[in-house]
Write a protein that binds this ligand. Structure first.
Ligand code: ADP
Length: 163
């Protein structure tokens, strides 16, 4: 079986992420979306919430699995018996960081984990999770950036935070 993993924070999931997941699901027998529980960042959504959002958004794609992980991507990949990581590239500004991470992961995995980059679909190239949070915090319209149910959850989070 040809499987790949797509690691990320997904805080929150955007149409840009969903586009990468959909395209990857056509290329591989199975895609494991790894939702990072990052001890260094305080996310808007807990890792459980992010996993549930991703599960809901991908429920019609039969070869997508969503799982939380913490720690190194290489360790998660080894656990899942997976030797391909997928990452998305929006602009040249992503490239430097992504290249460094891909090379580090090859080194740490002794050559067994390779990274495949999918370039963003143009209509999503401007979308970032941090941008979405900024817009939603000030009650702006994020309907072009995230699925409707995700937008509602983000607005609700900020309503709670501002109470
Ligand atoms: P990170 O994993 O760096 O915390 P994200 O969870 O936002 O960041 O993104 C996971 C992956 O998806 C990264 O490779 C990122 O470049 C990619 N990505 C994010 N937004 C988009 C987008 N709009 N189009 C394509 N790829 C994207």
């Amino acid at each position: 079986m040809h499987s790949a993993m797509y690691p990320g924070s997904f805080d929150p999931l955007t149409f840009g992420h969903l586009d990468i997941i959909t395209r990857a699901s056509d290329m591989f027998d199975e895609v494991i979306v790894g939702v990072l529980d990052n001890y260094r960042k305080i996310p808007l959504f807990s890792v459980e919430e992010r996993v549930n959002i991703l599960k809901e958004a991908t429920k019609d794609m039969k070869n997508i699995k969503v799982e939380a992980f913490s720690g190194l991507i290489v360790d998660f990949a080894r656990q899942k018996n997976c030797n391909i990581a997928i990452r998305g590239l929006r602009a040249i500004s992503d490239y430097e960081y992504e290249l460094q991470m891909a090379q580090t992961n090859r080194l740490l995995s002794k050559g067994s984990l390779d990274t495949i980059f999918l370039t963003t679909s143009l209509e999503y190239s401007y979308i970032s999770s941090s941008g979405v949070k900024e817009i939603a915090y000030f009650n702006g319209d994020v309907s072009k950036c995230v699925p409707e149910f995700v937008a509602e959850l983000i607005y609700e989070k900020y309503r709670q935070q501002k109470r």
